[in-house]
Design a protein around this ligand. Structure first.
Ligand SMILES: Nc1ncnc2c1ncn2[C@@H]1O[C@H](COP(=O)(O)OP(=O)(O)O)[C@@H](O)[C@H]1O
Ligand SMILES: [Mg+2]
Length: 257
């Protein structure tokens, strides 16, 4: 049984892409078959894993809007051992192009992924920093949403907004959509604010919040410039330990009982 998880938060810079890359890699090193779908025109997940190598290479845009079979777009990586659907700046106009489709425009990603869905244990979607039609496509294609929350002052407001969007998508397009979990990112034990925000989010969302928090760790921000996940870049770093723990926690939640 494959599981599709959208990593979503309309705020930029909260750790979506870092989580998408390192959770995908963590799952792969735990023996899972993983597809990482880059759904952001900035292509940060694609670049962070050096998955777009030449000009004119096919990307998610071709699959979503030009009917290119998804199999032709997928890039197979050795390290980390995952498959990737890359994105590039072509995707910047996708919101408008999807809008033109009219009826069924929310279902395009779901249909695009359908032919390969069963080949994977986990499909991880790295969402753009907006609540536009691309994000709606991700939430419609997904079984669940993982929400990274940066330990900073306005964190809760962003989550409340996202939860409203999730409820709307549940009502309109995807009644089975679940919350996978809420992940505290860029946690700094030395700052009072980090600790307070984390406590606040845990009080509000209880067990939905992962026990694992991701610490602020410079290695996590360096790894993408080498085209590596944290597990190749520095497996002994606090970032690698945290994403390893998150991976185990997620598998445990999904595969018990
Ligand atoms: N735990 C962390 N520690 C240090 N830097 C981080 C951490 N998580 C993310 N970053 C850095 O913060 C920036 C934003 O993270 P990113 O994952 O790209 O967020 P998003 O995809 O939500 O925009 C990036 O430069 C990234 O390398
Ligand atoms: Mg991103």
């Amino acid at each position: 049984m494959s599981k599709v998880i959208a990593i979503s938060n309309q705020k930029g810079g909260v750790g979506k892409t870092t989580t998408a890359i390192n959770l995908s890699s963590g799952l792969a090193y735990m023996g899972k078959k993983v597809l990482l779908v880059d759904l952001d025109a900035q292509g940060n997940a694609t670049q962070g894993l050096a998955a777009l190598s030449h000009r004119g290479q096919l990307s998610i845009h071709n699959a979503l809007l030009e009917k290119e079979p998804i199999e032709h777009v997928i890039v197979h990586k050795q390290e980390p051992p995952i498959d990737i659907v890359p994105a590039n700046i072509m995707l910047a106009g996708a919101d408008l192009e999807l809008d033109k489709i009219g009826n069924g425009k929310e279902q395009v990603l779901k249909q695009t992924l359908a032919p390969v869905r069963d080949q994977y244990d986990y499909i991880i979607i790295d969402c753009p920093p907006s609540l536009g039609i691309l994000n709606t496509n991700a939430l419609t294609a997904a079984d669940s949403v993982l929400i990274p929350v940066q330990c900073e002052y306005y964190a809760l407001e962003g989550v409340t907004q996202l939860l409203l969007t999730i409820r709307l998508v549940q009502q309109l397009y995807n009644p089975d959509l679940r919350i996978e979990g809420i992940l505290m990112t860029m946690f700094d034990i030395r700052t009072k604010l980090s600790v307070e925000v984390s406590q606040d989010v845990r009080q509000n969302f209880g067990k939905q919040v992962y026990q694992t928090s991701i610490p602020r760790n410079i290695k996590l921000s360096e790894a993408p410039s080498r085209g590596m996940s944290i597990f190749e870049y520095d497996v002994s770093s606090s970032g690698a330990k945290a994403y390893g723990d998150l991976t185990k926690e997620l598998i445990k939640r999904n595969e018990r009982g």
